[in-house]
Design a protein. Sequence first.
Length: 1230
Amino acid sequence: MSSNKLSSRISFANIKNQLDYPDFLEIQLKSFREFFQLNSTQEQRKKETLHKVFTDNFPITDTRNNFVLEFLDFHIEPPRYSLNECINRGLTYSVPLKAKLKLYCTDPEHEDFDTVVQDVYLGMIPNMTKKGTFVINGAERVIVSQLHRSPGVFFGQSVHANGTKLYSARVIPFKGSWIEFSTDINNVMYAYIDRKKKLPVTTLLRAIGFESDKDILEIFNLADEVKVSKTGLKKLVGRKLAARVLKSWVEDFVDEDTGEVVSIERNEVIIDRETVLENEHIDQIIDSGSKTILLHKEGLNVNDFAIIYNTLHKDPCNSEKEAIYHIYRQLRNSEPPDDSTARDVIDKLFFSESRYDLGEVGRFRINKKLGLSTDIDIKVLTKEDIIKIIKYLIQLINSKADVDDIDHLSNRRVRTVGEQLNNHFGVGLARMARTIRERMNVRDNEVFTPVDLINSKTLSSVINSFFGTNALSQFLDQTNPLAEMTHKRRMSALGPGGLSRERAGFEVRDVHYSHYGRLCPIETPEGPNIGLISSLCVYAKINNLGFIETPYRDVEGGKVDLNSENVIYLSAEEEERKVIAQANASIDEEGNFLNSKVKSRYDGDFPVIEPEKINLMDVAPNQITSIAASLIPFLEHDDANRALMGSNMMRQAVPIMQPQAPIVGTGIEGKVAIDSRNVILAEGEGVVEFVDANEIVIHYSRTDEENFVSFDSEIVHYKIPKFKKTNQNTCLSLKPIVKLGEKVHKGKVLTEGYATEGGELALGRNLKVAFMPWKGYNFEDAIVISERVVREDLFTSIHIDEYSLEVRDTKRGIEELTSDIPNISEEATKDLDENGIIRVGAEVKPGDILIGKITPKGETDPSPEEKLLRAIFGDKAGDVKDASLKASPSLNGVVIGKELFSRSLKDRRSKATEKPIIDKINEELSQKLEELKARLIDKIFILVSGRTSQGVKDFLGTSIIPKGTKFSQKLLQDIDFINVNPNRWTTDKSKNETIKLLLLNYIKKYKEIEGEYKRKIFNLTIGDELPRGIVQLAKVYIAKKRKLKVGDKMAGRHGNKGIVSKIVRAEDMPFLEDGTPVDIVLNPLGVPSRMNLGQIYETVLGWAGQVLGLKFATPIFDGASLDEINKYTEEANIPMYGKTQLFDGGTGEKFDQKATVGVIYMLKLGHMVDDKMHARSIGPYSLITQQPLGGKAQFGGQRFGEMEVWALEAFGASNILQEILTIKSDDVNG
């Protein structure tokens, strides 16, 4: 046992050198970063992801090839609004994307046309936050990774109704037509193009260049070519013909239209294939004029290749031309105009780079499957691919090869955020390229620039529809940090290009042996999505090809390599045929196995084997589970069904006001809290200079080198988020846990709150529990709880609702926010300010006005007298109506915040007053940038003083400081450092590296300052940017404090869930011998049938921990044994297994038998009774049926229908009936 420094937990882990966990959000952040290649300079940019999308669509030329628009580079500017501004105003957190484009003319007639290089704005692209989410229209969303079928070739098998096995090979590309090769019951092989057009495989072979029977048979080495001679043929009597014997001749005929004499070649079949040669055939062959004939090869097992002969027999074509025409007719249902058109169709189907793309993955998989060495850059099908696929199918038919397992993870790959964005960018840019081409053709004789050709909305609309409507772009589940993290690491088989719930069978949903260490076998939803939505395992990563990899330690000669740096990551395909030992196998310090036989894994099997035969070893026992399942202590003692419920329910735990980290954890709690990015961490060594509830200020101590290359201050201010609303209306509020003057180190946690405590995940509370029945109140999983829990606010949570009201410019006039509302008493508006918004701190009850608004009625024009009276008495009541926002029936809370956003409606005068302010801001900006540049020049000059240039250039390759020029301050002042290539400054490598770092930090700081000032100007000139048609937006935030109530749902971490059925006074609860009452009573019958004994282990160890003041980490599958638990219960002087004598709180008498007592970790789930409780007297009715609407959201009710009326009629309850049909149906007059 070792003590873990992070959270001072006593760990029961037997595995000492456990591998560090990767960053849990890496899957999102890395994918997005690589898509934009944000951290690389222009010259370092790889020709892939976004850069490749541009190069695939550019250069663009007009139809006459006169004008060329070329792509040079793209760059991203800082966001216009900060993240918080976007969330508050309902905007999208995005960055402007610009491309440097070059337009030139190749036509000598357009001499006056100058080459133009311009930065062109292409649209706003949603930007990922540091938490791996996107803010779209003010709401945090996440793009879920998709598991889809990998491109490549798949070999499958099905059984015909008559029992014949049918084999197929399907080639799936990233883009382009599918082609499938399959056999039928007559042992003929067909090719299907796009699943519908069917043709014999030999027709396809002829079309791609294997014209004659001889060519086709030679591919498979099936025929002997024999020269025709009488004596030679006599020796061959009895052998089978492999190809037809044809008689060919040329006929001349006169073309009726032109009168020309045209020659045409004719063929006649003399002897068909598969005929056994006999003496009478010899003369026919010699007469046909054939030079050679083809015979079946001797000594070959003809049955193995019977399918080729059968297919040739079915083939209607004899030449390449016939085959091409045949395929054209099949695809187009019409005759081809000429040879080249027909040939083009086939080339474009599978051999054209613009129409067909296997992708790097597809080519890699085809090469691997078929044993080819085709270059990875050839992403179209080759003749060799097609031949190899046919040969593999023949092996399948002859049982010499195996079909593919479609559910194996080598056949499924992950589409991460970056790739999904990439695909949509491709669609958007292809559309844009079309419109550019059209505009070029229209503007042939005009002078135009790249900006004139580009419509930025084309790209934006595709990207926005992806983020707004795609099934994989989901509203972030933000109930607690674990829910957020799980959502970001989720793998979905649904969505566009994936499966559908209805069609997904049992096999796809099932756990597969290749999921080991890649997809969690436990965490998946219950219900229709079971098995289709999974979670990534804790150590899993996604490689460049999109396959999930998991780490292993290398084992050679029975010795494990224990160096964590030598860990190897393998995909499911690379792991095939390897013998893998479990992580908890006994080994010594050197890595030698202690036992003569070791339990291991070999594909889907579990052999017990000698250490020498082992190839790899797992890195950790929890490698097979996801984060949520790794948080369940003693998971190894729980039934998998209950563990599934446990891991799903932890995601629904509501953050409580006083969270408490579990006494019995698994050791991963700290990592989850930190990687969720919800707590603030120290960036380096430093001292806390100031701390209060809203801010922490730290003075960092940097080295001289760090100071030299940095442009940031050493003092950093951290704003602490307070009472922020999450997507699920839970409350994100942090508080500092560092003291003034405290020294901090890199990675130290500075805050806690929002389901974290002391830098660890804390979703609930530790409670004293007794497993026993209590007066029937805990029947069927119900929970009896002590009043102490409610009184001390142990499970009280804060929920924040946001109410907003828009002020629009209507046809009848502009609406107005005001506290002066017609026909409303002063009492009702006493809490409203002059803008009609309720004051902060006001208590809200149902029906209260939250935001006062009046809207024009648009009535008939008043008469002059009426106008006069209105002018005198100021009566506005006539022409406006109340459109205020009122509190809903169940709303009780306190206003904790309000905001008002107004679009600036400007006249000339206000624009004139703005100008000097804008000038001042611009002046400040240029001054700051000059200061920044001066600092940079000083730093660079220190490095290059007295040296000569090695040829400093800008990104376009233009020389800035020619080679051999001596550096001077004056020379450096004239350079635009934003576009300088950071290489080739001096001959000193280390100085060049420092300059590179300096320039990188300078550009970062430059963009930061520029972005800040641009935002200031934007806010001043545009005001608050609001959605179209909205003049003002008012928001009110109301916090509700919810105590634990009867009807609330609670759960443990082992799938033990229940509803609170009674809150009992502490003195009535069962108590221990020392008088301590328990906090919660659970039904013992909930344990044996559910088989989740983990809760009992947790209960006993938790009690020992509470008594001794210790916290434990018991990692899954490597946790505390019974002996270790007993050791601590003895030390704590508590009964073995927690079996304790309890006393009845009501009578003080002993209970008949002892009960299990201890400390269990309980969570309050998001299914709260306050959200479900609902009552209605009168309310809205459906327009057509005049029946009450349904559901709490619509303030619905119950319908007293026809059959219910019959029931009352049968009782003769006429008065009740009269009441229900009239007054209670809102028909007072009857």
